[in-house]
Design a protein. Structure first.
Length: 128
């Protein structure tokens, strides 16, 4: 008997444990924040700066304007063509542009948890 992808109720190695892909992108205006809200929690996510010029982007896991994320440098800066990826259960990713308007792409591997089940990311290293 041949098993099909997602046909088994029991966890198994291989394709049945892979996440669902999520792809998105956005233009990031200067001095503005773009929020990517994933439809499900991520197992892995990656943000790539696809800006054509020397525009640096910052990736946050908490909104930059509602916390100490900027003051305490809780972000990852990406130069053009650079990527930042993490095996983290997140549902929101925030991107700002530091120099001029820029562009980014987001890839995530989503897991089968209901929306809103990802950890509320706050605290030291995130928003304090």
């Amino acid at each position: 008997m041949t098993k099909k992808l997602g046909n088994s109720g029991a966890p198994q190695a291989g394709f049945e444990n892979v996440g669902r892909p999520y792809l998105s992108g956005a233009a990031v205006p200067q001095d503005a924040e773009v929020q990517f809200t994933l439809p499900r929690a991520s197992r892995y996510f990656e943000v790539t700066n696809t800006s054509a010029t020397n525009n640096r982007l910052r990736v946050y896991l908490a909104a930059s304007g509602s916390s100490n994320s900027v003051t305490n440098r809780h972000y990852k800066t990406l130069v053009p063509s650079a990527s930042f990826g993490s095996y983290s259960a997140v549902q929101n990713i925030f991107v700002t542009s530091t120099d001029a308007a820029g562009d980014c792409e987001v890839y995530a591997e989503l897991v089968d948890y209901v929306s809103g089940s990802a950890f509320d990311l706050t605290g030291s290293g995130i928003s304090e």
